[in-house]
Design a protein around this ligand. Structure first.
Ligand code: LLP
Length: 401
């Protein structure tokens, strides 16, 4: 929830920008650190959700690891304080350079997604005289009951290795001299809201697969259950911190582990989504033939989720909330400035009567927002503004002075 004095300060800052509530970030991360310790679960932050240095530095300072999906993410996470031996690296398409960089850095494990990848990593480790630690990402064929673009654990998805290749997989691992087998990796999808149902199912399937691999003579030292915990986009203030308790309780109740076996999780969205809002200004109000448009200065170039997935983000008119007049509400199609009809923040949204210059907050923008921004239409990339450094934010210029 944004207080009045913060909103007053926003008025001096050039929009659009990403506003980070650092208190909420700290509370969320501290809460997860405490729960993880209690459940003996290791947390690796999925860096892809947000790569902002200040966030990574705080998360790494709490002893979390990092889950990366590109060579640049690996190097960036390392430069933000994640020790190499707490970095894992997944992704279906790792280039030779990316493998080389991660190998020589000495990361905790490559999460390998194909047999050929294991072969290539073994060859490269051989050439450079290094042992590569690998986990194998398994496709468990589990439906995460989420948007089809963020479902990853079904056989129709490109991720992980499927059951019909298990025999060959075990043979390759056993024959590859430059490979140390670390464990198994799973990740079934993102924005999972049926938490106890989906993760209980995942754990049961994981138990069967772990037993199978161990029967074949491999020691599964680490079980990585991936990320995916959903956040509440409808009520970001009511549920500012995601339901990590149910997630960890479900894992504890359903995973079978020996005392020497580690369990990893890789939350991305749930750690960072609610701590940021994209702050924008109403440029123009236009009445169309059948509807009213609120045209904002932030668009799909700043946050592509609504255009790409039809995702819902709560939108608030911060300026109108401070007014005592203009009490009426009106339905608006809230749109961005980009030359695409899909550049729509929300259709038919009921808002207090809004005028040019009003400050708007697009909530729950901390995950998969800034990282997916583009310079389409040659727009600038929206900068970060932190709650504890508001004075340092780029000031607005008044062109009518
Ligand atoms: N681990 C792996 C292997 C992943 O692929 C992902 C996300 C995560 C962990 C973290 O998942 P999370 O806890 O954030 O759900 N751009 C989409 C989300 C894509 C997620 C990709 N993988 C969106 O805006 O909804």
């Amino acid at each position: 929830m944004l207080d009045f004095s913060t909103i007053e300060q926003f008025d001096k800052i050039a929009t659009p920008f990403y506003y980070y509530d650092m208190d909420l970030l700290h509370k969320t991360v501290d809460h997860v650190a405490e729960l993880a310790e209690r459940h003996n679960i290791k947390v690796h932050y999925a860096v892809k959700a947000n790569v902002e240095r200040r966030l990574l530095e705080y998360i790494s300072s709490k002893g979390f690891g990092a889950d990366c999906v590109s060579g640049n993410e690996v190097l960036h996470a390392h430069s933000c304080g994640f020790p190499a031996d707490r970095i894992v690296y997944a992704g279906v398409g790792k280039t030779d350079k990316e493998i080389y960089d991660a190998l020589t850095l000495g990361i905790e494990a490559f999460n390998c997604e194909s047999l050929q990848e294991i072969y290539v990593i073994n060859e490269m480790a051989h050439r450079y005289g290094i042992k590569a630690s690998i986990s194998v990402r398994i496709n468990p064929d589990i439906d995460a009951h989420t948007h089809k673009y963020v479902t990853t654990g079904l056989y129709e998805n490109k991720f992980g290795i499927s059951q019909h290749e298990f025999e060959k997989l075990i043979e390759i691992i056993q024959k590859s001299e430059y490979i140390d087998f670390f464990g198994l990796h799973f990740h079934v999808g993102s924005q999972i809201t049926r938490v106890s149902e989906v993760y209980a199912l995942e754990c049961k399937r994981v138990n069967e697969i772990v037993r199978y691999f161990e029967r074949q003579g491999l020691t599964v030292k680490n079980i990585n259950l991936g990320g995916g915990l959903g956040v509440d986009y409808d009520d970001p203030d009511g549920n500012a911190i995601a339901d990590f308790k149910t997630w960890f309780d479900t894992i504890e109740a359903n995973i079978e582990r020996r005392p020497d076996q580690m369990v990893h999780v890789e939350p991305g969205r749930s750690l960072v989504a609610q701590c940021a809002s994209l702050i924008s200004r109403v440029l123009f109000v236009k009445s169309g033939e059948t509807k009213n448009f609120l045209i904002m200065d932030a668009g799909m170039n700043d946050l592509i989720r609504p255009a790409l997935y039809g995702a819902y983000h709560k939108i608030e008119n911060l300026s109108a909330e401070q007014r005592t007049f203009f009490p009426t509400h009106q339905a608006y199609d809230i749109v961005g400035p980009v030359c695409e009809s899909s550049d729509v923040w929300g259709a038919g949204r009921l808002l207090p009567l809004s005028v040019r210059g009003d400050l708007m907050a697009i909530r729950s923008a901390g995950a998969y927002g800034q990282v997916m921004a583009s310079r389409y239409n040659m727009k600038d990339i929206a900068p970060s503004v932190f709650s504890d450094e508001l004075g340092k934010a780029p000031q607005i210029k008044d062109y009518f002075e």
